[in-house]
Design a protein. Structure first.
Length: 258
């Protein structure tokens, strides 16, 4: 089984790619929506939530855990790997493919404040993006819109224009989605930037890495279940999860008490 967690419903954009690639596996998804957003919270709080959720996953006997949150990856992935023996897959900043394929030499990155502060992002930036201009924007308010079930409309477009217009005006030909909530805004972003700008979602690469780790295991649990837990409201979790998998039963949606 594969455990997947995020500060909210954003990690479902990663679960969608995992499920598409490995539909035969079991999945337990945790939306920590009672503590969402993580983007501006103290690192110590994010680590504490990562620890609690990991212990919940271990009680459910998962084989691997996907930290489907850029902010949680930046804040806690080192702690998790040092503390627990189970494999962890985190979100890699997709700076490398954007920088290597950019023809204009300008790349935009939309992420949370804590992601931009993280060593993982900055090491990747230094290693792969020294030859390009990177325009960073904190997508303040976007996570909250997705958590409210909004992926399009006036409020979404107003905020996206605020963050994305400076990137386009500077000549960016690629925009990296540095938060797992943002892929749910892809259509709205594409409407603003047009077909000449690539929108880079790291979730498919994370799914491939997870599959490589699963395939390398000598054996793992074959309990094919689908369970979705939320520490807060479950309505948006149900709405998005059932859209991705229409055959999902509402009985799969549960409250998380950790």
């Amino acid at each position: 089984m594969i455990g997947v967690y995020d500060s909210g419903v954003g990690g479902l954009s990663v679960w969608r790619e995992l499920y598409k690639l490995m539909p035969e596996e079991g999945y337990i998804y945790v939306s920590d929506s009672a503590y969402c957003p993580y983007g501006t919270k103290p690192v110590e709080d994010i680590i504490a939530r990562a620890d609690a959720i990991t212990r919940f996953f271990l009680s459910k006997k998962v084989d691997v855990i996907v930290v489907a949150c850029n902010t949680a990856t930046a804040a806690s992935i080192r702690y998790l790997r040092e503390t627990f023996s189970i494999p962890f897959i985190g979100m890699e900043p997709a700076i490398k493919p954007a920088a290597l394929t950019s023809e204009s030499g300008v790349v935009g990155v939309l992420a949370t404040a804590n992601t931009f502060k993280g060593s993982l992002y900055n090491n990747t930036l230094e290693k792969f993006a020294a030859h390009v201009k990177v325009i960073e924007r904190v997508g303040e308010g976007l996570v909250e819109l997705v958590e409210a079930g909004k992926s399009e409309g006036e409020d979404v477009e107003r905020l996206l224009h605020l963050y994305i217009d400076p990137m386009v005006e500077a000549g960016a030909d690629a925009i990296v989605l540095g938060c797992t909530h943002y892929p749910f805004l892809t259509s709205a972003i594409a409407k603003i930037v047009g077909p000449s700008v690539k929108i880079i979602n790291p979730a498919p690469a994370v799914a491939l890495q997870t599959k490589r780790i699963i395939d390398a295991m000598p054996s793992h649990n074959s309990n094919r279940i689908l369970e979705f837990y939320s520490s807060g409201d479950t309505s948006t979790l149900w709405k998005i999860a059932s859209f991705i998998e229409p055959d999902l039963s509402y009985s799969c949606i549960k409250k998380l008490c950790v």
